[in-house]
Design a protein around this ligand. Structure first.
Ligand code: PPS
Length: 287
């Protein structure tokens, strides 16, 4: 199916129509933020699901109940999608945990006014592309790209869901008052998960001892998340996501782009990347 059939343009970016209804988009636009909300922000395929386990476990002080009973989308709901208006988020105790894939420029008025805490997660865009490439192939609500090169070009040009990765990252890195924001990358989490958990806990003002931090890190390793049906998306129907084609928790490594991109594709991407981020004052973990 085509872009016109599967996507709607909202605030300048393509969103899958099936998962982003006019009602859910309006719900988020009018959503009332609290200053102690914690919002996990990611460009798709950058570590969202991982953070949807880490942050709730930090909040619960390592108690496993929520990650054993609530599916990802209920545990830390993504504010813009179709299921969310039915979750009675207004009644949840503080601090509430949410997720969004929105660009900074798309954030609703209440968020901009109240400035809740933001955990922004980034991933090497070549690995994000690789993960997306497999993901697009297993879902029924995303446009199947023609060739791999075509798919990469569309990603670079931002003609994909949630638009340009470059705009997303630059927009969130450029937030003026950063005291309520923390930036972390997928690669840092791969390199030292315990340290990442400790840093996130500190940002959430949730002091944890090293045993609890270790317990949380153990729960969040790839193989443990893969076994957990509340995190591995096995509760989603095959008609929506066909995990016989590619698993949602697919490989969970840094550098898998080397197994997908040709030398020419990687060079094409690197040239574009250098140009796009030349004025960005941030040391990315993958560079
Ligand atoms: S989504 O659809 O935007 O919510 O996807 P997202 O969760 O952001 O990204 C999915 C990728 O994250 C990997 N992942 C992990 N890697 C390492 N360790 C853990 N615990 C983990 N949890 C999720 C997941 O496998 C996807 O990456 P790929 O490269 O496809 O394996």
């Amino acid at each position: 199916m085509t872009e016109t059939e599967l996507y709607s343009v909202y605030k300048g970016v393509n969103l899958p129509t099936r998962t982003h209804t006019p009602e859910s988009l309006r719900y988020y636009e009018e959503f009332f933020s609290h200053s102690d909300d914690i919002v996990i922000v990611t460009y798709p395929k950058s570590g969202t699901t991982w953070m949807q386990v880490i942050v709730p476990l930090i909040q619960s002080g390592g108690d496993l109940t929520t990650i054993q009973t609530l599916p990802t989308w209920d545990r830390a709901p993504r504010l813009e999608v179709y299921k969310t208006p039915f979750l009675n988020l207004e009644d949840r105790p503080s601090p509430r945990l949410f997720v969004t894939h929105y660009h900074y420029s798309m954030m609703p008025p209440s968020f901009l006014k109240v400035k809740p805490k933001v955990v922004y997660v980034m991933r090497n865009p070549k690995d994000m592309f690789t993960s997306s490439f497999h993901f697009y192939g297993m879902t029924s609500y995303l446009v199947k790209s023609g060739t791999q090169t075509q798919s990469l070009m569309e990603k670079v040009a931002g003609r994909v869901i949630y638009g340009s990765w470059f705009d997303h990252v630059k927009g969130w890195l450029n937030v003026k008052n950063k005291e309520n924001s923390m930036y972390i990358s997928y690669e840092e989490m791969i390199m030292d998960l315990k340290d990442a958990v400790a840093r996130i806990a500190q940002f959430m003002e949730k002091p944890l001892n090293s045993e609890v931090i270790q317990k949380i890190a153990d729960q969040c390793i790839f193989m443990n998340m893969k076994k957990n049906k509340t995190s591995n998306y096995s509760l989603v129907s095959r008609e929506f996501m066909d995990q016989t084609k590619s698993e949602f928790l697919r490989k969970g490594i840094a550098g898998d782009w080397k197994n997908l991109l040709t030398v020419a594709e990687a060079e094409y991407f690197d040239n574009f990347y250098k140009e796009e981020i030349k004025n960005v004052q941030y040391k990315f973990a993958w560079d």
